[in-house]
Design a binder for this molecule. Structure first.
Ligand code: ADP
Length: 272
């Protein structure tokens, strides 16, 4: 088990959190320097790789990990850093951008259900069905009478996945508005990062407070012990990665996974 205070970041059902009161710059639970944290992250990634190997060999569980956060909150970077040691076989990242015409002509969960993990698969969602009660709400893409009902649909959908054997972990990468300003500016100033900029990023930034309100609602209404949200202080990328990796290692360890039983007729066999 990790010595970090990981429970601190878990959203419990009646917490009534408000992101405005949560420090995105915090790194208190780690007692050491950034260099020490990066070394620790390498060690913990190797543990994650071992656990994943056992998980993949057993094909008994399904794992879904969801990443949400404001623009430039570091979803791509976190996924890259945390899973860098894991065998890519059996791991799949699904990114949910603006829906296509075909996707929009279906119900909002159609494109999502198609990507959830099968036995032995670990699927990472970079954005998710939560966009359908975030951007859709904040940018008024559908009336409230439509998006409001989606809370229940999402809870029922995740419960269905859970009841059918999926372990779900959800991470909200929390950055401050000023940190976002610096990261977006850095993308503008660095031509190699222009590909990351979307015109919508600037529009979304103007709606920061509305997004915070929508996220508060999501985090307060859709965190359960069977599909918990964690709010990860993410101004410091190394801290973000360290905390998430540790949470995943702790949670995967709790699954008490084992390699499949050896086949008796192979034991002691000598290959000639
Ligand atoms: P990212 O910002 O994730 O790196 P993009 O620059 O392609 O990737 O942005 C994806 C955009 O798609 C985001 O603005 C996001 O809010 C939007 N999006 C995702 N899902 C939906 C949805 N269901 N409806 C409308 N917009 C969505």
């Amino acid at each position: 088990m990790s010595e970090l205070d990981l429970k601190k970041y878990l959203v419990r059902e009646n917490d009534n959190i408000n992101l405005k009161n949560i420090d995105a710059n915090e790194y208190n639970t780690f007692n050491g320097t950034k260099e020490k944290a990066i070394k620790k992250l390498n060690d913990i990634n190797i543990k994650l790789e071992k656990l994943h190997q056992i998980y993949y060999s057993g094909k008994k569980h399904k794992i879904l990990i969801i990443f949400q956060g404001m623009d430039a909150s570091g979803k791509d970077g976190a996924i890259r850093n945390i899973f860098q040691s894991v065998n890519p076989t059996g791991v799949y990242v699904a990114h949910f951008g603006s829906p296509s015409k075909l996707e929009l002509s279906h119900d909002f969960l159609w494109r999502v259900h198609n990507k959830v993990p099968a036995d032995g698969e670990l699927v990472i969602f970079n954005r998710s069905h939560y966009e359908d009660i975030l951007i859709v709400r904040v940018q008024n893409l559908k009336p409230q009478s439509v998006w409001q009902k989606r809370f229940k649909h999402i809870i029922d959908f995740e419960r269905l996945l859970y009841d059918e054997g999926t372990h779900i972990f959800k991470f909200f990468l929390h950055i401050s508005k000023d940190e976002q300003r610096q990261r977006l500016q850095n993308r503008i100033d660095n031509p190699d990062k222009h590909w990351k900029i979307e015109a919508n990023d600037f529009k979304d930034r103007e709606l920061w407070d509305e997004y915070i309100e929508a996220y508060n609602d999501v985090l307060n209404k859709t965190s359960f012990d069977w599909a918990p949200w964690y709010i990860i202080p993410s101004n410091k990328k190394w801290y973000r990665d360290l905390i998430i990796s540790n949470i995943l290692v702790d949670e995967f360890t709790k699954l008490k996974m084992e390699y499949p039983k050896p086949i008796n007729s192979y034991l002691g066999k000598v290959i000639v």
